[in-house]
Write a protein that binds this ligand. Structure first.
Ligand code: NDP
Length: 296
């Protein structure tokens, strides 16, 4: 069994990005610019946004953080999105989800110009992904296939099973694995809470992706010997022994499943670190595609 080390791999991706940005800047152009909008004081959202800003600084991107109180009106948020859509110095921006209930997340997502939608959640980017023409890919699914690629794991013709059908993980990773992409061409089955005989299906997987949000849901007897297992799940559980005050639990029962696998991602240190690296990669891609001759 080999561990798919997301921490190490994401450091490689970030180092490659840092070098590319260095070259862009030394050629006289401005660095890529990522803007993050944070609404309210959700602890997990603050952690994620801060990690994104920090990653920008390390790679040499310009980053801006725009914070709003939870009571901000939908109109004010949409006005800011409009401004960023039209700001030529901004290559990409994200609105950290979830948003307060009085704000329509779908409307917000659809208001971002697809060319600046570095989260890859806009229906246009999702549609391109489904058509085998994805460019700005949702970061977590992109991180998963990047891990497979960098560990030389063959996907073509393999049987992949994805448990979870969310728009941010389950569906896009299924499309990437099934599509005509370099790390694609799998035969994919998508499972969800209505799936009957789930274990029977997961046992057929050469590549099993768990994106459920239910700690240790995938047990040893649900996995085929030699499978590649990708654990996307992150559930925070209070744990006084940890410095942060909580432990992160995956969707896979690692103790039971790891001995059966050829490859497995740990939690933490697997898919999670890849997500931020791929967001950075998207921002650079957006700049190269849509603002290729940006001057300082
Ligand atoms: P959602 O809650 O949006 O989706 C969960 C999916 O799991 C749904 O499709 C649901 O089915 C399915 N599901 C729930 N229970 C079962 C069950 N008993 N059997 C089969 N399917 C089930 O979650 P997300 O996709 O947003 O996230 C999934 C996990 O991944 C979470 O732990 C999240 O924190 C983590 N995550 C990690 C990221 C990272 O960077 N590592 C990034 C994003 C998410 P149905 O559609 O029928 O309800």
């Amino acid at each position: 069994m080999e561990i798919l080390d997301g921490k190490k791999t994401s450091a490689q991706v970030r180092e490659e990005l840092r070098r590319e940005v260095e070259q862009i800047v030394s050629a006289g152009h401005r660095p890529p610019h990522l803007v993050a909008i944070l609404v309210g004081d959700n602890g997990a959202s603050i952690t994620y946004v801060n990690a994104k800003v920090k990653a920008c600084q390390e790679i040499g991107f310009r980053s801006s953080l725009i914070k709003y109180p939870a009571e901000v009106s939908q109109g004010e948020l949409l006005d800011k999105i409009d401004e960023l859509n039209n700001d030529p110095t901004v290559d990409g921006f994200i609105v950290q989800l979830p948003l307060p209930v009085h704000i329509d997340e779908k409307l917000v997502t659809e208001s971002i110009r697809p060319e600046k939608d570095v989260d890859g959640f806009h229906p246009v980017n999702m549609g391109r992904l489904a058509m085998g023409q994805g460019v700005l890919l949702p970061a977590t699914p992109a991180g998963i296939v990047e891990l497979l690629r960098r560990y030389d794991i063959a996907t073509s013709g393999k049987r992949a099973v994805v448990v979870g059908r969310s728009n941010i993980v389950g569906i896009p990773v299924s499309l990437l694995l099934a599509g005509k992409y370099p790390t694609g061409n799998c035969t994919v089955t998508i499972c969800h809470s209505r799936t009957e005989n789930l274990a029977e299906i997961t046992r057929q997987a050469d590549i099993l992706v768990a994106a459920i949000g239910s700690p240790h849901f995938i047990k040893g007897d649900m996995v085929k010997q030699g499978a590649v297992v990708i654990d996307v799940g992150i559930t925070r559980q209070p744990d006084a022994s940890k410095k942060s005050g909580f432990a992160l639990l995956g969707d896979v029962d690692y103790e039971q499943v790891a001995p059966k696998c050829s490859y497995i991602t740990p939690v933490p240190g697997g898919v999670g670190p890849m997500t931020i690296a791929m967001l950075m990669k998207n921002t650079l891609t957006a700049m190269k595609m849509y603002a290729p001759h940006s001057d300082k």
